[in-house]
Design a protein around this ligand. Structure first.
Ligand code: FAD
Length: 500
């Protein structure tokens, strides 16, 4: 067993979309910094960022009903939808910059235009959808949204869903053409190819086992080289823990006070994938429904056209479930191992508060294929069991922490950057809205961790992302410019341009 010692400027742990995005941003801002990546799997983008492990929705709140909450007076709060939409515009601008600069090519391999629809049934839900439509449709970020409760129109929009539907229940949908399907796995791999070209040292089959502060203020990582079996030691001035579900245990090992009193609640996922090309051809959209009462927001059912390996496919789900693993390739002891003296009461409180959720998730795991088919038939009345297979999706580890509003052990459904006070180490926890907002989240991390450099870096950030630091909502002409330029660069132009 040898003990190799290397020192570098930046270490990124994990080769998912988050490390890929941060590495790419840093290489543009400070090309001469040395960056090393440690990934325990054999290639990039194999965990949550992989195309089969997430839903590939370019989340911009066009169709996700959980981002627009109904207030007690029946009006709809659209503030979260605006934030998420603006964040997705940031991602599109950065990806466009990379394409325009020839740093990545063939954007159609990772992003495609695809109409986004919301679909609801029942009078109460139809009223909510109409109110939501009225709140959004005059907003420049959501221009082009249409509403219909006319079955004939819906048959035009979603024939696969409307065919064979004989209930008299009220039904309505909104549709907007400027949605996208994003293959985050392909994008992650493209970004890692680009990083290799920029001399970033990407070490696969290297598992980070421990993180400690050295007496001279650096971070020392104990890394297991899975090929040789050796334990290596690597130090860096700055470390990003981008281990997806694996981030929480590593944050705990770093010992920073900001990482205390935090726990993780793993939620697993399953999709049903259509194997019948004739059925796949009858659908061309992402259609989001409403989460069932008591179901967590990440289990909102949706029927999605996807483009994977340049092939059109059709997925339904995700079905949420419970598994104690923090990564799809993780261990059954992950959850137990994350309980520490500093978070035990937070975890216990969360356990007590979330008994119904845990029960719901366990019930979901137990569903038979036929029971899942019944849920699918709420979308496709004529769905045949033999046309659908089940695929296991990624794990999401939701953050549990003590908050003023929710009290001890509150389950969070967003993403959170946790960083040391001196900015020398940061971790990304949580998984929603996830990959779509990777660029905004990593820019937030850069701002937090590099306060001395950010001013000097700002002109470059603005060159890459013209809307950086600007509210798009207050600058409708900038929205128009961005729709046009990103539409052209990413090959989304026809539906996008039609909107402006
Ligand atoms: C079912 C499901 C549906 C989703 N749908 C969407 C969607 O439609 N749109 C969207 O934008 N987002 C979606 N998401 C969220 C999105 O997939 C994630 O937010 C995103 O992929 C997380 O990227 P990451 O880089 O943080 O993590 P990952 O992609 O999980 O990468 C982390 C990497 O770190 C490695 N790692 C972990 N621990 C170690 C260690 N100790 N040493 C070395 N390497 C380590 C892992 O092997 C992995 O490769 C979905 C997620 C799930 C699970």
């Amino acid at each position: 067993m040898s003990d190799r010692q290397t020192e570098t400027d930046v270490i990124l742990i994990g080769a998912g979309i988050m490390s890929a995005t941060l590495g790419t941003l840093l290489k543009e801002l400070v090309p001469d910094w040395n960056i090393t990546v440690f990934e325990k799997l054999a290639t990039a983008g194999e965990e949550s960022s992989n195309e089969w492990n997430n839903a590939g929705t370019g989340h911009s709140a066009l169709c996700e009903l959980n981002y627009t909450v109904e207030k007690p007076d029946g009006t709809v709060d659209i503030s979260k939808a605006i934030k998420i939409n603006e964040e997705f515009q940031v991602s599109k601008q950065f990806w466009s910059y990379l394409v325009n600069s020839n740093l990545i090519r063939n954007p159609q391999d990772f992003i495609r235009p695809l109409p986004h629809l919301s679909l609801v049934q029942g009078e109460k839900n139809v009223t909510f959808l109409k109110n939501r439509y009225e709140a959004l449709s005059n907003n420049p970020l959501f221009q082009g949204m249409e509403f219909s409760d006319d079955p004939k129109k819906l048959m035009e929009w979603i024939p696969l869903i409307m065919n064979g539907r004989n209930s008299n229940e009220a039904i309505a949908a909104t549709r907007i053409e400027s949605g996208t399907d994003v293959n985050f796995g392909a994008l992650t791999r493209m970004l890692f190819d680009h990083l290799k070209d920029k001399n970033v040292d990407v070490k696969y089959k290297h598992s980070v086992e421990d993180i400690k502060r050295t007496s001279d203020g650096l971070w020392e990582l104990k890394v297991w080289n899975m090929d040789t079996g050796n334990i290596e030691r690597h130090t860096a001035k700055f470390v990003f823990i981008g281990g997806g579900g694996g981030s929480l245990p590593l944050l705990q090992k770093s010992g920073i006070p900001e990482g205390k009193h935090i726990g993780g609640f793993p939620v697993s996922g399953l999709f049903m994938v259509c194997t019948n090309p004739e059925v796949i051809e009858q659908h061309h959209a992402k259609v989001y429904g409403k989460a069932k009462v008591g179901a967590p927001p990440m289990s909102v059912p949706h029927l999605d056209t996807r483009f994977i390996d340049n092939k059109k496919t059709l997925l339904f789900g995700p079905f949420a479930g419970f598994s104690p693993k923090f990564l799809k390739t993780g261990s059954m002891f992950d959850l137990l191992g994350s309980v520490k003296p500093d978070n035990v009461f937070t975890m216990l409180a969360a356990g007590a508060k979330n008994v119904p959720l845990t029960k719901y998730l366990i019930q979901q795991v137990m569903l038979s294929k036929e029971q899942r088919m019944e849920e699918l038939r709420e979308f496709i009345p004529n769905a045949k069991s033999e046309d659908w297979d089940i695929v296991v999706a990624g794990q999401r580890v939701q953050v549990i922490k003590d908050t003023e509003a929710g009290g001890k052990g509150t389950l969070q459904f967003g993403t959170e950057v946790i960083s040391a006070a001196d900015g020398s180490i940061a971790a990304l926890l949580g998984a929603s809205p996830g990959a779509s907002t990777a660029v905004s989240v990593m820019l937030e991390l850069i701002k937090k961790c590099f306060p001395e450099q950010i001013q000097e870096w700002e002109p470059k950030i603005k060159e890459m992302i013209p809307s950086y630091g600007v509210s798009l909502l207050k600058n409708p002409e900038l929205i128009e410019e961005i729709h046009t330029s990103t539409g052209r660069a990413l090959g989304l132009s026809s539906p996008e341009l039609a909107l402006v």
